[in-house]
Ligand binder design. Structure first.
Ligand code: NAP
Length: 350
């Protein structure tokens, strides 16, 4: 596809996923308009503004998901909207206010603004595997699956993503829209970060190095590299035939693989990596008991997934968009070294 001169609108541009997306869009020659709640802070931090191509082709603008109409002025001349902004936090005080409202109202706000803007051709929405399932099943998952189990009190983050994606599809069905919607459903995103900030998924690896996870447990977590997630969004934007949802996953390595990769990288010289193997049926019973003492968000992320083998059918994105995946060990290695170099590994939670 020839590079369009109209700006690509990326919401939540300072996020882990979005910052990589901005980097790849700029590298490909696109003009980018990125939204953040705090432009001054983003400029001061400088990670986006110092990216190659940023001085000529990146503009940062202010928008809050909770503010009706906030995205409308930023849609001017925009053909493609990559809507990634959404709160990604596992522990919140008020799940409705802190997760569901910004996720759903923000998505609706972006869609309404697009509906008022004739230049918009496509919205690529960053949903999540959390909108497909809340985990704990052995049969393969596909794009036909929906998370029917999460709620405000059981996995509210997953609920917020499910509600936001459902609202988006409902909106598209209401009447003939002049733009289409394509949805990316990534599993846990890992890898090195453009921004110097710890993402929720980084916390799992930090927990393996700070004593929070004293043993190797029987948990396989489906993951995908942030560089592949950004690539998937750009393919979804550039491929005219792209349609519907796309499961985005490179595989589900066991917990032990993280430890092996970190050991091989020499990180055991710096951190007390877990050695005790509880990745067996008896060990899982012990872990389930220990989880009762953990905060609710951690418990909900770990307990239902103990022993589960995630099997995701990713043939749709591979066949329709030509997606392929980075090697998982490389993703684990690059994330570990990035967090190590930035001084986050081994840190105790605030
Ligand atoms: P992140 O680093 O926490 O970034 C989230 C972004 O959302 C932030 O840059 C923030 O922008 C924006 N945001 C949050 N609340 C907002 C609000 N009220 N108004 C405007 N913007 C708001 O998270 P991420 O991991 O990159 O996640 C990006 C997207 O991928 C989310 O939709 C998330 O659900 C989805 N996802 C993530 C993963 C993962 O493992 N990381 C997996 C599947 C799906 P400012 O603070 O700059 O305003």
């Amino acid at each position: 596809m020839p590079i369009s001169q109209s700006p690509v609108l990326v919401t939540g541009a300072t996020g882990f996923v979005a910052a990589e997306l901005v980097k790849q869009l700029l590298a490909a020659g696109y003009r980018v308009r990125g939204t953040t709640r705090n432009v001054e802070k983003a400029v001061e931090q400088g990670e986006l503004t110092s990216l190659p191509g940023a001085s000529e082709r990146l503009e940062l603008v202010a928008a809050d998901l909770n503010e009706p109409g906030a995205f409308t002025p930023h849609m001017t001349d925009v053909e493609y909207v990559l809507h990634t902004a959404s709160p990604y936090i596992l522990q919140v005080d008020d799940p409705q206010r802190d997760l569901v409202d910004p996720a759903v109202n923000g998505t609706m706000s972006v869609l309404h603004s697009a509906a008022e803007t004739p230049s918009v051709k496509r919205i690529v929405l960053t949903s999540s595997f959390a909108a497909v399932s809340n985990g704990g099943r052995d049969e393969p998952y596909s794009e036909a699956d929906w998370n029917e189990e999460s709620s405000l009190t059981n996995g509210p983050y997953a609920y917020s993503k499910t509600m936001a994606e459902r609202s988006a599809w409902d909106f598209m069905e209401e009447e003939n829209r002049h733009f289409d919607l394509v949805v990316i459903n990534p599993v846990g995103v890992i890898g090195p970060s453009v921004v110097n900030r710890v993402n929720q998924t980084h916390e799992f690896m930090i927990g393996m190095t700070n004593g929070q996870a004293p043993a190797i447990i029987d948990m396989s977590f489906p993951i995908v590299d942030v560089r592949d997630v950004a690539k998937a969004h750009i393919l979804a934007m550039e491929t005219p035939e792209a349609h519907g949802r796309y499961l985005t996953s490179a595989g589900a390595p066991p917990f032990r693989r993280y430890i092996d990769v970190m050991n091989d990288a020499g990180l055991d010289e710096h951190y007390e990596l877990p050695k005790l193997g509880l990745d067996n049926p008896v060990g899982s019973l012990v872990v389930k008991g220990l989880m009762l003492t953990q905060p609710k968000g951690v418990r909900e992320a770990v307990s239902p997934n103990l022993g589960a083998k995630f099997d995701l059918n990713t043939s749709k994105i591979e066949n329709e968009l030509g997606m392929d995946w980075m090697d998982i060990d490389t993703s684990i290695h690059d994330q570990a070294m990035d967090l190590h170099e930035k001084g986050y590994l081994g840190k105790q939670p605030d």
